[in-house]
Design a binder for this molecule. Sequence first.
Ligand SMILES: [Zn+2]
Length: 379
Amino acid sequence: MNVVSTERLIAPHGGALVDRTGERPDGLESLEAVTLTPREVSDLDMIAVGALSPLEGFMGREDYERVIEDMHLASGLPWSLPVCLAVDSAPAGDVAALVDEAGRALGTIEVEDTFSYDKEREAELCFRTTEDAHPGVARLYAQKPLYVSGRVTVFERPEPAFPELANDPADTRRIFAGRGWKRVVGFQTRNPIHRAHEYLTKVALETVDGLLVHPLVGETKSDDVPADVRVDCYQTLLDGYYPTERVLLSAFPAAMRYAGPREAVWHAICRKNYGCSHFIVGRDHAGVGDYYGTYDAQLIFDEFAPHELDVEPMFFEHTFWCNVCGSMASTKSCPHGPEDRVFLSGTKVREMLGEGEVPPVEFTRPQVAQVLIDAYRSN
Ligand SMILES: [Zn+2]
C-alpha cells in the first residue's frame, strides 16, 4: 500500500490527531455502566477518532469552566462548546463502562472527576438564551445533574448511517493528501443544497485545491429534511454539477447543538481535524429560530487572535440568482434590487415541492428538486 504523506495539510487542532480507539477490556461486565444519550454517543465516537482533537475524553471542570467563560481550554487552545458527559451520580470505580441506550457497551472512561454544573449559566453563555423553547437549551435542561470527566477508550463504534460516506479524520486526510490537495475548504450543511449554496461552495473552491462537502448526519430536529433524502440530493448534485476529482462528499457524524455562533467555531475546529484549512461560514450558521443575529456566527471569529484557530473561516452573504446580472450573485457583488432576484422562502419551497411542482431552475437544480418531490410523495 502506498503511504501518502499528510504533512502538507493543516495540522490537527493541538498538533496531533487523537486516537482513543482500543481493545475491549477484560472484566467489562464488572464495571459500573454509564448510559449515554445519542448526542453523547456521537461525541464519544468523535473523540475516539480524533474529530475533537485535542480532547481525549469528556471535559473536566477546568476545561469546562474556561470553555463556557471564554472559549478556550485550560491549556489556552481555542474551544467553543462543552463536550461533557452527564450522570446522576459519580461512578463507583476508577473506570466505568460507557453504553448506549440499547445497553450496548461502546467504551470505557477513566473516571477523573464528577462535578456539578449550572444549566442556566451554561445555557446563557453557550446558547445566549435560557429559554427552553430553544432545542439545544431544552436538551441541556433535560440532562442529568452532574458531569463526569476522564479519558475514554472506544472499542465499539456506532453503525454509520451511511457507510459509503463514513470517513474518519485520518481517512479524509489520507484522501486529501492522495489527491495532492493542500488547501481544502469544508462546507457544513444540514439542508439540501440549492443553487445558493452550490454557488458559494464553488466560489470557495475557486481559491483552494479541494472541497469537502460535509453534511451533518447526526441527530437533528425532527423537522429538518431526513438525512437519507439529503444524501440523495447531495449525490445527485455532485454527480451532475461538480468536478468529482475536486470534491469529497463525506458524512459529519456530529449531533446538532443549535448553538449558532459558538457552534460555527466548533464546526470549524472539527473540520480542521478532518484536514480542512478553510471553512465556509454563512449567515446564521447553526442557528435556530431568531436567537442569533444574522452575522453573529461570523463576528464571533473576531474574538480570537488572528491565526489562533489556524483554520481560516470564509464568510459568505446570502446568494441568489439575479436576472439582470444573469448569474448567481450576492448583495456584495450585485447592485440590483430585490425585484430582479429569484428568491423563494423555505416555506414556499416546501409548499411547491409538496405539490410536486419544480421550483425555478435559478433556485434549484431540477434533478435535486425531483429527489425532494419523490421524497414528499412517498411520505
Ligand atoms: Zn444583479
